[in-house]
Design a binder for this molecule. Structure first.
Ligand code: GLU
Length: 412
């Protein structure tokens, strides 16, 4: 299939309507559960970009949330050593003890979460999300999440039979969740609140007082919080707070995080869940029936990532900040585009004034401007009128890509 055909099928199937279960055309053989969800929008665009590039089209990609840096050398060396030592077999399903301890120590020290190695399950972050929803959500259970939110939360909730309940966030509030709106969304069916700070797709960093209010609400209503903290190390202003750090809240929280974003290790698929022991045992039941354990030699390399020198990580964050500032400067010169200043992660979620749905605009930008962005509606209804830019790209690509966006918007 040629690239533009693939794109129009993707756009029309994935984003023609607002609701996930109406998006995909699938055969009757497929389970009802699968019929509830579209393929991942972020992954679909990234696959498409790879295909177009392989066909020789010169694309600037701001689509995938993935650092362009190589994994730091000390981590690669530790992985090679592990392989050469023959550490190539199954590990305990919860992960190797040294790594579980390293993750717990880091989470306790950096985020003030009262955990130890027994509270850690080593698992890819996305796998942790998937398994947690299967472990805790029954058909009809409601799960509250920010609108916009990263695409796969809604999909995992739906796969488990749950009902995603979006709570809108606002550009004017830097997309920080309003605790009062969270509380107003609670019903007797509410089972869980999903938080993601720093946020994908908005880069919002939720301040401690907001998280404290949400913690109080969750405890008052006896609702579990699922806290995705994968961007915890990528904060430019303010500071990352884990909701599990508030008194009594760790007992009520499942944290997920990982190495992908802060150590440029997306391809390693290595992350973790940190939670009360009972929750870890529940989630591990699913791990034991699915992936068994994470890749052995990547776990040894992860110990080096967490306990070895951190300067490469610090340097990458410094670089992301420079790129954010550059991208914001360039956007401020584009008529019809406006962006808030996000405090973390590596995403911008600008508004645009063109009279066009975000899926259509993303299509036009890719087909005519040869620049890939993710439509705002991939992340929920409040994403209409926005698109996501991942600025984890080189300065040169940022200049070129935003130049192409400016030119394409001017021609609309
Ligand atoms: N989380 C990244 C993104 O939003 C990677 C792709 C994905 O897992 O969705 O682009």
């Amino acid at each position: 299939m040629n690239a533009s055909r693939a794109l129009s099928i993707y756009v029309s199937e994935a984003f023609k309507t607002g609701r996930a279960h109406e998006r995909a055309e699938v055969s009757n053989m497929v389970s009802k559960r699968l019929q509830e969800i579209p393929a991942s929008g972020t992954i679909a665009i990234s696959n498409l970009v790879s295909q177009m590039k392989s066909e020789g089209v010169d694309i600037v990609s701001f689509s995938m949330g993935e650092p362009d840096f190589t994994t730091p050398e000390n981590i690669i060396d530790a992985c090679c050593d592990s392989l050469h030592r023959g550490f190539t077999h199954y590990t305990p399903s919860m992960g190797i003890p040294e790594l579980r301890k390293a993750i717990a120590d880091m989470t306790r020290t950096n985020n003030n979460v009262p955990c130890d190695a027994s509270n850690v399950l080593v698992t890819p972050c996305k796998q942790a999300i998937f398994m947690t929803m299967l472990a805790y959500i029954d058909p009809g259970d409601e799960v509250i999440l920010a609108d916009p939110s990263w695409v796969s939360y809604e999909a995992c909730v739906r796969l488990a039979g749950g009902v995603p309940v979006y709570v809108p966030t606002r550009f004017e509030d830097n997309f920080v969740l309003d605790p009062a709106l969270v509380e107003a969304a609670i019903t007797p069916k509410t089972k869980m609140i999903i938080l993601n700070t720093p946020s994908n797709p908005t880069g919002a960093v939720f301040p401690a007082d907001v998280l404290k209010q949400i913690a109080d609400i969750a405890m008052k209503h006896n609702i579990k919080v699922f806290s995705d903290e994968i961007y915890e190390a990528i904060v430019y202003e303010g500071k990352h707070t884990s909701i599990a750090s508030f008194p009594g809240m760790f007992e009520n929280t499942i944290i997920v995080s990982g190495l992908s974003k802060s150590y440029a290790m997306t391809g390693w698929r290595l992350g973790w869940a940190v939670a009360p022991k009972e929750d870890i045992a529940n989630i591990n039941k699913l791990q034991s029936h699915s992936i068994s354990c994470c890749v052995s030699f990547t776990q040894e390399a992860a110990v080096e990532a967490i306990t070895g020198p951190q300067d490469a990580k610090v340097e990458m964050v410094r670089e992301f900040r420079k790129r954010r500032d550059l991208a914001l400067d360039l956007i401020s010169e584009i008529p019809g585009m406006e962006c808030n200043v996000p405090n973390g992660a590596f995403y911008l979620f600008p508004k645009y004034s063109a009279d066009m749905p975000s899926a259509k605009l993303a299509e036009v930008l890719l087909k005519e401007g040869h620049v890939a962005v993710t439509p705002g509606t991939a992340f929920g209804p409040a994403g209409e009128g926005h698109f996501r830019i991942s600025y984890a790209a080189s300065e040169e690509q940022i200049r070129e890509g935003l130049g192409r966006i400016k030119k394409t918007l001017a021609q609309l």
